[in-house]
Design a protein around this ligand. Structure first.
Ligand SMILES: [Mn+2]
Length: 360
């Protein structure tokens, strides 16, 4: 297991690389370029600058989250071929700087969705929550406006204002795209991308949909065991892989997260994992709890045990954290609670690892 931490860049993250370096066990940064429009080639100069910043701070840059997929690829428009060519070139450019994993998602229009970004918990911390009843009753165009106004001045991933302005237009373009069509479009993309990944030793790691179910009538194809199995079989290569996000998959109580880890990480298809807890509140509702097992609905010990059992040596990062100790900033991405998450996951791993060695 290689512990990493997500960082949004000098201009757009209150958390500094120097702070991250002081979290025990964090060796690498999960980064991205945020000023390259979706669909364009990532310029080598900008990748070089990011890598240099991270290495100057004493860490490595081997995981990118995310290189986003242009909607024309997901919709299957003729213009997708141009965007796929650009994506291939971005893979080559990133490989030139030692990038090993690219995290991406294949959700139409929206990235992850929450209905509350600062729900107060009994201990006074705040966290993100999701209420299915609110989502069912909402006009997504208005939802986008409320998120834009409620994220402390930060742009939420996938919720960039310029995209949100085109929301009505996007919904029209997706009108003919059902789950089968979306799935075909993912296959089309992977068939053209994975050979380039194989040549350049970069793994594509698809992040599950969040929440793992259809919302706003849009198709979702990365939600459960059957979906994940279907995806890794579309192109049978270790380079066609998954980002196993315990929180996103765990939002559906029917997903057995340790079993998913044993199956997919056990087949060498999980180069990157997001590990966090989630608390089920019934009727599809949930909130993001602290990482500690007893604070939520997932057993983080069993999750780390499952990774250990299959000899996992990929990259891990704590996922979203709560806002604690008066910290303000990008929802889900403060310093303190994520640092506590790293310490907890690292402690679990050390205990599991030493226990396994003692028993051997
Ligand atoms: Mn995640």
């Amino acid at each position: 297991m290689q512990m990493t931490f997500r960082w949004f860049g000098e201009e757009d993250d209150k958390v500094t690389l120097d702070q991250i370096r002081q979290i025990p066990n964090v060796k690498g940064i999960v980064g991205a370029l945020y000023d390259v429009p979706v669909g364009e080639v990532w310029p080598v100069e900008k990748i070089a600058r990011l890598k240099n910043q991270v290495e100057t701070a004493g860490m490595t840059l081997e995981v990118i989250e995310s290189v986003n997929i242009h909607d024309d690829i997901k919709i299957g428009l003729p213009s997708r071929d141009k965007y796929i060519e650009n994506y291939q070139q971005t893979i080559r450019n990133l490989a030139g700087f030692g990038i090993k994993v690219i995290c991406y998602n294949f959700m139409p229009i929206f990235d992850w969705v929450r209905t509350e970004l600062a729900r107060e918990l009994p201990d006074g911390s705040t966290t993100m929550g999701y209420d299915q009843f609110i989502v069912d009753g909402i006009d997504p165009v208005n939802m986008a406006k409320s998120v834009a106004g409620d994220s402390n001045g930060y742009v939420m991933p996938g919720w960039e204002p310029e995209r949100m302005a085109q929301l009505t237009d996007l919904f029209e373009k997706y009108a003919g795209v059902d789950e089968q069509k979306l799935s075909e479009n993912l296959r089309y993309f992977l068939e053209r991308i994975i050979p380039v990944c194989e040549e350049n030793d970069v793994k594509m790691a698809l992040h599950p949909d969040d929440p793992p179910r259809s919302i706003f009538g849009l198709p979702r194809i990365v939600t459960n065991f059957a979906d994940l199995k279907n995806i890794i079989e579309m192109v049978d290569s270790p380079y066609n892989a998954l980002t196993l996000c315990t929180g996103s998959l765990g939002e559906n109580p029917e997903n057995d997260v340790p079993a998913l880890i044993r199956y997919f990480a056990g087949r060498d298809r999980v180069p990157f994992a997001h590990v966090r807890n989630i608390k089920h509140l019934g009727n599809g509702n949930f909130e993001e709890s602290a990482h500690l097992s007893e604070m939520g609905s997932l057993d983080l010990y069993e999750i780390m045990q499952a990774f250990h059992e299959v000899g996992f040596d990929g990259y891990v990062r704590p996922d979203h954290g709560r806002m604690i100790w008066g910290e303000t900033g990008r929802p889900g991405y403060g310093l303190y609670d994520r640092a506590i998450g790293v310490a907890y996951l690292t402690g679990l791993w050390e205990a599991i690892d030493k226990g396994a060695k003692a028993a051997a």
